[in-house]
Design a protein around this ligand. Structure first.
Ligand SMILES: [Zn+2]
Ligand SMILES: [Zn+2]
Length: 239
């Protein structure tokens, strides 16, 4: 279902990337915005809410978001949150009675830590909203001509977000129109593939003295752009 809380930021991100190709994948921009909003919330208004605390105690945070939080204000709040998170982890990791006899010593700790490694409160919240962004973007394409034009004006979608946008299209757009959606989307992506491939290739050639005087064109940041294109910077928590 189309909802304004998603369609407004989607349109803003797509407008920004269409106006300035250097902004890159609009879904990466949306993801960054969502994560920022969550970080603001967790270090602000929702920090002391008991139901939030239950979740942060359980899920914890990925390294990237812990680092982000340490850079922001409210270190007291962060300390209080970490205090109860550490308490809960220690409790969860404790060996149950008889584990020494059954050979299960350390098993609970390993299971708990493995689960912790895969969870992050901020990633989970942002991911939930991001999945609605994909759904709403697909629906916007089907219902608004103006948005269809906006999609065609995008510089590219990073590969993980390209996959998710295709999947959201398949799930939310009528069968009849899906192939048009895919044609528009893959048109954007494939032409960027060629452009990027050309720039990476020129970048490599510039190491050869015979190409010394050839103009750089857009190749100077080809490697950085290839990295952004290939994927989500952390790659671990994004589903
Ligand atoms: Zn992206
Ligand atoms: Zn995270």
């Amino acid at each position: 279902m189309l909802e304004k809380i998603y369609t407004i930021p989607i349109n803003e991100a797509f407008d920004a990337s269409a106006a300035d190709r250097a902004k890159g994948c609009p879904f990466c921009a949306l993801k960054e915005r969502l994560e920022n909003d969550e970080l603001e919330l967790i270090l602000g208004a929702s920090m002391m809410e008991p139901d939030v605390r239950i979740k942060t105690n359980d899920q914890g945070f990925c390294r990237r978001h812990l680092d982000e939080m340490t850079r922001r204000r409210n270190r007291l709040g962060l300390a209080l949150m970490l205090e109860s998170h550490l308490d809960e982890l220690k409790k969860d990791m404790a060996d149950p009675a008889l584990s020494g006899i059954t050979g299960g010593k350390g098993k609970k700790a390993c299971e708990r830590i493995a689960r912790l490694e895969k969870s992050c409160y901020v990633c989970a919240r942002a991911e939930n909203s991001l999945s609605h962004m994909f759904e709403n973007a697909a629906l916007l394409w089907e219902t608004e001509l103006e948005f269809a034009a906006k999609l065609k004006a995008q510089p590219y979608f990073c590969l993980p977000h390209y996959r998710r946008f295709i999947e959201a299209g398949r799930e939310n757009i009528s069968k009849k129109r899906f192939s048009d959606f895919y044609a528009d989307l893959s048109g954007v992506e494939l032409s960027y593939f060629d452009e990027l491939r050309g720039d990476v290739s020129l970048f490599a050639k510039k190491f050869d003295y015979r190409y010394e005087n050839e103009p750089w064109g857009n190749a100077k940041d080809a490697i950085e752009r290839a990295v952004r294109f290939l994927g989500d910077s952390d790659g671990n928590k994004d589903k």
